[in-house]
Ligand binder design. Structure first.
Ligand code: ZN
Length: 490
C-alpha cells in the first residue's frame, strides 16, 4: 500500500469519523483494481470462438481452466491441501443414450419413451420382486433387493424441480438401503412428459461413480394395470432390462484457490466465492453460427470471480476467501456437487457462498440476487449495489425455483447460506432469450458500462460479507435453516 494514502486516510478518519471513511476506502480500492482494462480481455478470451463454447470435457474447457489457474498464480493466491495445484479433478463420464429399457410388473410391460424415462441406470438385466411404497412410508431394510415403486404425491409432482428434489432424497435413501431399483410414478397429466423424456433419454454427462448406480425410472402415469394392481402388503414379480453402451471418461476440473484471512479468529471462517466457467459447447447452427460462446453465461461470472480474487489478493479480508471456478454446471451443477461432497475446506468452516451466474441481463438498473431475502445479508447487498448506483432485487419469478438453478444450490443443500448474484433481469423476455444459451451470446455484444458496475458491486458485496462482524445467516424459517443448524451445530 502507498504510504501517502495511509496518511491521507488517517487524516480522513480524524476529520470525518470512522463510518464514511471506512466505507469509501474499499470502494476506492475496488475502483482502482476492477477496471475495464482488466475485465474485457478476460471476457474476450473466455468467450472467443476458439474456445468453442467451453463444453464440459472439451480440451477448450481445460484451456480455460489453465487460464484461470494462471491468473490465480499471478495474483499469488494459495493452493489448498488436497488439490492438485489449483485443480480439483472431478470424475465425470459421457454416457450414450439408453438404447432400450423394459419394465415388467405383474405381467404388464412398459417401454422406454412412451411410458418410461431412465434417470439413472447402467446396463441391467434384473428380475425379482416389486413393492409399493408411498412418499410418507418409512423406508426400512425390508426394501433391500426390491424394486421399489412409489407414486409421487400431488405436492411432489407440482413442478419438475419439486419432483426432482423429492426423488433425489428417496433415491439416496434407497441406495443406502440396498434396494434394486426405484420406479416413481407421475400422476396422470402432471409434469410435462416430453420434457422429462428429452431431458433424460439422450446421451449425458454425469459424475463417474465407482459403483454401479442403482437404476431409477420415472413412469408417465398411474394408469398402467401392472402398477394399479400393486400393493404395499404384497410383492409382485418384476423384471427390468436396460441396454446402454459404455461411455467414456472425461478429464475436467474445478479451479480453486485461497486467500487467508487477516483476523486471528475470523480467518478460521471461509467465504466461498464461485462461478461456473463451462458452457454448452457447439450445437445447432443459428444464422450459420454453431458456437455457443457463453459470454453472459458464464464468462461474466468467471470474470467477476477473477476480479474478486484480484481485489482480495491486494486487500485481504478478515475472513479467509475461497475462489472456485466450477466445471459441469451446465450438465447439472456437477462440479459444485462434487466439491460439496468432497470439500477441500470443511463445510462447517465455510460460512457463506456467493455465486456469480445468470441467464444474462435485461435491466441495467439492478442486480438480481437469487436468495436475496433468504439470508440476513440483504442490507449488505443493498449497501453494495447502491454504492454503484444499482438496486439489489430478488428473484423476479418466485413461481420458478431458479435458486436451485446454479452452484449456490449445492452449498445451500449442505446448509451453507448461499446466494446467486446475477446480472439484472426482470424475467425471461425476448431481450434475455435472444442470448440465453444461444450463439449470439458473444463478448462483442456485452454492455461493459453496466458490467463494470456489476463486477464492482459483486466485489464490494464479497468485501462487506467477508469483513462483517457477524456473517449473514439463513433467516428463521428458511427451508435450509435446519440443515444449517446441523452443519454448524448452532
Ligand atoms: Zn450459468
Amino acid at each position: 500500500m502507498n504510504i501517502r494514502i495511509i496518511k491521507l486516510s488517517l487524516l480522513a478518519l480524524a476529520l470525518t469519523g470512522v463510518p464514511s471513511a471506512a466505507q469509501k476506502k474499499p470502494l476506492k480500492q475496488i475502483e482502482q483494481l476492477v477496471t475495464r482494462n482488466e475485465a474485457e480481455p478476460a471476457l474476450v478470451f473466455l468467450a472467443a470462438d476458439e474456445m468453442r463454447g467451453r463444453d464440459t470435457g472439451s480440451p477448450e474447457l481445460n484451456i480455460a481452466a489453465n487460464y484461470i489457474a494462471t491468473e490465480f498464480r499471478q495474483l499469488g493466491l494459495s493452493t489448498l491441501p488436497g488439490a492438485n495445484g489449483y485443480f480439483q479433478q472431478v470424475p465425470m463420464a459421457w454416457k450414450p443414450s439408453v438404447s432400450q429399457a423394459v419394465l415388467t410388473i405383474n405381467q404388464s410391460t412398459l417401454a422406454l419413451k412412451d411410458d418410461l424415462a431412465v434417470l439413472n441406470g447402467e446396463e441391467t438385466s434384473w428380475s425379482g420382486e416389486a413393492v409399493l411404497i408411498t412418499p410418507a412410508s418409512e423406508m426400512t431394510d425390508n426394501l433391500k433387493g426390491k424394486l421399489v415403486v412409489c407414486m409421487f404425491s400431488a405436492d411432489e409432482s407440482a413442478s419438475f424441480s419439486k419432483a426432482r428434489t423429492a426423488s433425489n432424497e428417496r433415491y439416496a435413501k434407497l441406495t443406502q438401503l440396498g434396494a434394486a431399483a426405484l420406479v416413481e410414478v407421475l400422476p396422470s397429466a402432471s409434469v410435462n412428459w416430453e420434457g422429462v423424456v428429452s431431458r433424460y433419454s439422450g446421451a449425458k454427462v454425469s459424475i463417474d461413480q465407482n459403483e454401479k448406480a442403482m437404476p431409477r425410472l420415472w413412469v408417465r402415469s398411474n394408469d398402467y394395470e401392472g402398477i394399479t394392481n400393486l400393493s404395499a402388503q404384497s410383492y409382485a414379480s418384476a423384471k427390468l432390462t436396460i441396454r446402454r453402451n459404455p461411455g467414456r471418461k472425461l478429464n475436467t476440473k474445478n479451479v480453486i484457490a485461497m486467500i487467508p484471512g487477516t483476523d486471528p479468529k475470523l480467518k478460521e471462517e471461509y467465504i466461498m466465492v464461485c462461478a461456473h466457467y463451462d458452457h454448452i459447447g457447439v450445437g445447432r447452427p443459428v444464422n450459420n453460427d454453431s458456437i455457443y460462446n457463453g459470454a453472459r453465461d458464464n464468462a461474466v461470472g468467471t470474470v467477476a470471480l477473477l476480479m474478486s480474487a484480484r481485489y482480495f489478493s491486494k486487500f485481504p479480508a478478515k475472513r479467509s476467501m475461497l475462489f472456485m471456478a466450477c466445471t459441469g454446471e451446465e450438465k447439472g451443477l456437477l462440479g459444485s456437487e462434487w466439491y460439496a461432497n468432497h470439500p477441500l475446506v470443511p463445510l462447517n468452516k465455510t460460512v457463506f457462498n456467493v455465486t456469480s451466474d445468470g441467464a444474462g441481463y435485461n435491466d441495467k438498473t439492478r442486480v438480481t440476487v437469487l436468495g436475496y431475502d433468504r439470508t440476513t445479508g440483504s442490507p449488505l447487498l443493498d449497501q453494495a449495489c447502491l454504492a454503484l448506483g444499482l438496486k439489489a432485487s430478488d428473484n423476479p419469478k418466485p413461481e420458478m425455483d431458479i435458486y436451485a438453478g446454479s452452484d449456490n444450490y449445492n452449498f445451500a443443500r449442505k446448509g451453507v447460506p448461499a446466494i446467486d448474484f446475477s446480472p439484472g433481469f426482470t424475467g425471461f423476455d425476448e431481450e434475455l432469450m435472444k442470448y440465453y444459451h444461444q450463439p449470439p451470446d458473444e463478448a462483442a455484444s456485452l454492455d461493459y458500462d453496466y458490467l463494470m458496475k456489476y463486477f464492482k458491486a459483486f466485489v464490494y458485496t464479497n468485501h462487506l460479507i467477508a469483513n462483517s462482524s457477524a456473517v449473514p445467516y439463513w433467516k428463521p424459517g428458511d427451508p435450509f435453516e435446519a440443515t444449517g443448524k446441523a452443519l454448524y451445530g448452532k
